[in-house]
Design a protein around this ligand. Structure first.
Ligand SMILES: Cc1cc2nc3c(=O)[nH]c(=O)nc-3n(C[C@H](O)[C@H](O)[C@H](O)COP(=O)(O)O)c2cc1C
Length: 192
C-alpha cells in the first residue's frame, strides 16, 4: 500500500492540549485551551502559543503581555475541552469549571491550582502568521506539584499525573513507557 498525498495542513500530532490562563484582575481572569504550543528555545527558556485574534483571550493576553500555561491531565480533560469550546465573553470559566485561580509568582495572570505544572510566561514578540498570531514568550517561572516529585530520587514524575495529548480532534492519555532519552545508543548490560 502506498501513501496518499493531502493538501498542506496542520498534521503535526500528537500535541499537548494546555489550558492558558490570563487576566490581570479577577474580573478579567479567563482560560482558553491551546494546542498550537511548544518549546522553541532552551536557554533562555522560550515557548509559544498561537491564538486566533477573534478569541476573547487574545486581547487580554496582548494587553497584559503575559499568561500562564497550565498542563492538563485526564482528570482535567473535561475542563480542558469545555474551556476550548466556550468563550470568556459569556462564561466565567474558573467558576463554572470549579477551577481555582491562585496567584503566580511573577505575572498577574492566575495559575490553575488543579494543574500539576504551571508555566509563567512573558510575551516577547507577536508574530502575525495568518489565522493565528504567535505569542513568542519567555518562561519566567515554573511551578510543579510536589505530589509528583519522587521523594527518593527527586525526579518529577509527570506521567503519574495522567497527562493528556490531543490527536486529530481526540484526547488520549499517555501510553506505556518505551525507553528513556538515549536508550538507542546505550550499551546493553551483560547478563553473564
Ligand atoms: C483541544 C483544543 C485546542 C485548541 N487550540 C487552540 C489554539 O491553539 N489556538 C486558538 O486560538 N484556539 C484554540 N482552541 C480554541 C479555543 O480554545 C476556543 O475558541 C475558546 O473558546 C476560546 O476561548 P475565549 O474566547 O474565552 O478566549 C482550541 C480548542 C480545543 C478544544
Amino acid at each position: 500500500m502506498g501513501k496518499i498525498i493531502w493538501k498542506p495542513g496542520t498534521m503535526i500530532y500528537p500535541l499537548p492540549a494546555v489550558m492558558v490562563s490570563c487576566g490581570s484582575v479577577p474580573e478579567e481572569y479567563n482560560i482558553l485551551t491551546i494546542s498550537w504550543t511548544g518549546t522553541i528555545c532552551t536557554d533562555p527558556p522560550m515557548c509559544y502559543i498561537s491564538v486566533r485574534p477573534g478569541r476573547y483571550s487574545y486581547d487580554i493576553i496582548k494587553k497584559n503581555g503575559e499568561f500562564v500555561i497550565n498542563l492538563t491531565t485526564k482528570s482535567l480533560a473535561f475542563a480542558t475541552d469545555w474551556c476550548g469550546v466556550k468563550s470568556g465573553n459569556k462564561h466565567k470559566k474558573f467558576a463554572e469549571m470549579g477551577l481555582t485561580p491562585v496567584a503566580a509568582s511573577q505575572v498577574k495572570a492566575p495559575m490553575i491550582k488543579e494543574s500539576p505544572v504551571n508555566i509563567e510566561c512573558i510575551v516577547k514578540a507577536i508574530k502575525e502568521l495568518g489565522s493565528h498570531h504567535m505569542f513568542i514568550s519567555e518562561v519566567i517561572a515554573v511551578h510543579a506539584d510536589e505530589e509528583y516529585i519522587d521523594k527518593k530520587s527527586g525526579l518529577f514524575r509527570l506521567n503519574d499525573a495522567g497527562p493528556i495529548s490531543y490527536l486529530h480532534g481526540k484526547y488520549y492519555e499517555t501510553g506505556s513507557f518505551i525507553g528513556k532519552f538515549g536508550f538507542s545508543v546505550e550499551k546493553k548490560k551483560r547478563t553473564k
